[in-house]
Structures are given as structure tokens and as C-alpha cells.
Design a protein around this ligand. Structure first.
Ligand code: ATP
Ligand code: MG
Length: 147
């Protein structure tokens, strides 16, 4: 049975409405078409963790941009925030369990990204983080094979 990741993402965004509204943030998500995949529904957990972080580590009233792109045999999802950002030296450690960058002052257990990496590895995908080219914040991305 195939899963449309666009509708999975819509569901995840809906689940985070209260947090998004509380911080008066906005989500930019304008996918065109459907992105069907055989990936396990556990992918919802991946999106939820990445969106949760983008909200948590952004100031009030900022936006989050979610983008899905087709690369033929795979697609790439990216979540761009305009938040606190991540220093280069911390980037490789973030996907390990209990690793946190404590400059943000935001609470968490440090498990979210380790879970994301675990799930994506199990589906032969890739996950990574880069600086937001806009000058503040981060871009977390995930690639997954379609079938
Ligand atoms: P949990 O997700 O378990 O509640 P957490 O958010 O602290 O806790 P992770 O999601 O694994 O843990 O993230 C690890 C660390 O990476 C965070 O503590 C934070 O320092 C940093 N981080 C993650 N996402 C972002 C982001 N979008 N912007 C800035 N820093 C981030
Ligand atoms: Mg988290």
C-alpha cells in the first residue's frame, strides 16, 4: 500500500497547530502533486520530530518553509527555519542520542533527531542539516527512495 507523503505532512502540520498558533508562526507548504512512496507510516514520526524542532528553536512570529522535491527515483523533503541556527562544530553530533546544543535555553531530551536518523537509516534514506542560506536558522533535509 502506498503512502502520499504530502498528506502525511499535512496531518503532521495539523497536529502542531496549537504550538504554531501559540508562537504566531506561519508554515509555507505549497506542494504540487502527489508524492507516493512505499515507506512505512513511521515516516510521520520523522516529520513530526523535524517540525517540532523547527518550531521550538525559532522565535515567535517566524515562518517555517516545507518543501518536497522530486529527484526521479527519490525525493527530498526540506524544512527550513529562521531560528537559532546550529554551529558547524555541533552539526555532526546532533543525530546522536542525548546530544543537545544548550545555547537555545529550550528544553528537550535530545532524542528526536536520533530517532529521525534511526528511521531514515532503516529506509535507506539520508538526513542532514545545513545553515539556512538566508543567514539565520537551519535547513534539515531527508531523502527517501520512492519504492
Ligand atoms: P526532543 O526532540 O527529544 O524533545 P531535543 O529537541 O533537544 O529533544 P533533538 O530533536 O534530538 O533533541 O535535537 C538535538 C539538538 O539539536 C537540540 O537540543 C537542539 O540543540 C538542536 N536542534 C535541533 N533542531 C534544531 C533546529 N531546527 N534549530 C536549532 N537547533 C536545533
Ligand atoms: Mg527535538
Amino acid at each position: 500500500e502506498k503512502l502520499d507523503i504530502v498528506s502525511v505532512f499535512r496531518e503532521v502540520i495539523d497536529n502542531f497547530r496549537p504550538q504554531i498558533e501559540e508562537k504566531q508562526m506561519s508554515i509555507e507548504f505549497k506542494p504540487s502533486g502527489k508524492y507516493l512512496t512505499l515507506a512505512n507510516p513511521v515516516i510521520e514520526e520523522v516529520f513530526a520530530n523535524l517540525l517540532s524542532n523547527a518550531i521550538k528553536y525559532s522565535p515567535d512570529e517566524e515562518k517555517i518553509i516545507i518543501d518536497i522535491r522530486d529527484y526521479g527515483e527519490k525525493w527530498k523533503v526540506s524544512i527550513t527555519d529562521f531560528g537559532v541556527g546550529i554551529p558547524d562544530e555541533d552539526k555532526p553530533k546532533l543525530f546522536e542520542r542525548f546530544k543537545r546544543v544548550d545555547k537555545s535555553g529550550v528544553k528537550g531530551t535530545g532524542l528526536g533527531l536520533a530517532i529521525v536518523k534511526r528511521i531514515i537509516d532503516l529506509h535507506d534514506g539520508k538526513v542532514g542539516v545545513e545553515d539556512n542560506p538566508a543567514g539565520k536558522g537551519s535547513v534539515f533535509w531527508v531523502t527517501l527512495n520512492k519504492a
